[in-house]
Design a protein. Structure first.
Length: 279
């Protein structure tokens, strides 16, 4: 596969890093990936290895404030900045590739970006894959604390707080956890503005779920202790479209693509991609 790394200028001037892998022949489709909080697109090589060998291309962004992109670690002024950045990468992929078929993959926090994008810009996508959907986190914060965080995000927007999850909850594969801990490009910071924007966009997604129209595949570990399965189920139940499929992998933790038994996950994704391919 051909691997390329580059940057584009975000609307507010930040340099946003992205990379892509393409097969020798014309790709069957492009998978466009948005990662989770504190990580980066380079951690999705399992997707690249599996789907690249099957004729798919893969584009991955480092979200602002993450990986090799500019910006305060774990901070965003407004959630729409993530959506705008993803739209720029989507436009770049559409201009560069002749496939015409792009599927959006969002994992964990990236799932929120992918779902918002799918609701607002469905015409440019063939479907969406939401992994470890972050619509309900496992943090034991009561409602009044979350309300306080939303107010604090306006007063002290750049103040950072711990992200609140344990690396051991990512996967049962010890090698994955150790690699995460040793990765210099990951971080565990989150600003108060990031937290307040996250709470607000979850509410928006539930309010607009009935407007969903694209094919949607939701992947979730049955033993996920970071993002609770309840959030994914609630969104699926609110979507009126019959084009939503929820796959739950019993015993798996948060990163199903980095889990023991991940081959089963990839085979399910491959079948879904084949099923949603135009006739």
């Amino acid at each position: 596969m051909r691997h390329t790394e580059s940057y584009f200028d975000a609307s507010d001037g930040l340099d946003i890093f992205y990379q892509y892998w393409l097969p020798v022949d014309r790709p069957k489709a492009i998978i466009l990936a948005a990662h989770g909080l504190g990580e980066h697109g380079g951690r999705y090589r399992n997707y690249v290895d599996y789907f690249g060998s099957r004729g798919y291309g893969f584009y991955a962004i480092d979200l602002r404030g993450c990986g090799r992109s500019e910006g305060q670690r774990g901070h965003v002024d407004r959630f729409e900045d993530y959506v705008d950045d993803l739209r720029q990468l989507h436009d770049l992929a559409r201009l560069a590739e002749s496939s015409g078929r792009i599927v959006l993959l969002g994992h964990s926090y990236g799932s929120l970006i992918a779902l918002v994008y799918g609701l607002r810009y469905p015409d440019g996508l063939a479907g969406v894959i939401s992994s470890g959907t972050a619509l309900r986190d496992a943090l034991p914060y009561p409602g009044w604390v979350r309300a306080l965080i939303r107010r604090a995000g306006r007063v002290l927007p750049t103040l950072s707080i711990p992200a609140g999850f344990k690396p051991g909850d990512l996967s049962r594969d010890a090698a994955v956890v150790e690699a995460y801990r040793a990765d210099p490009l990951v971080h565990s910071a989150a600003s108060l503005r990031w937290a307040s924007e996250s709470i607000a966009i979850r509410e928006w997604l539930f309010d607009h779920a009935r407007e969903w129209s694209l094919p949607l595949l939701m992947l979730h570990g049955g033993a996920d202790r970071i993002c609770l399965l309840e959030g994914a189920r609630r969104f699926r139940d609110r979507v009126e479209s019959e084009r939503v499929e929820l796959r739950v992998y019993e015993g798996m933790y948060h990163e199903v693509h980095n889990e023991i038994g991940k081959e089963t996950v990839f085979k399910d994704v491959e079948r879904w991609l084949d099923k949603t391919r135009p006739a």
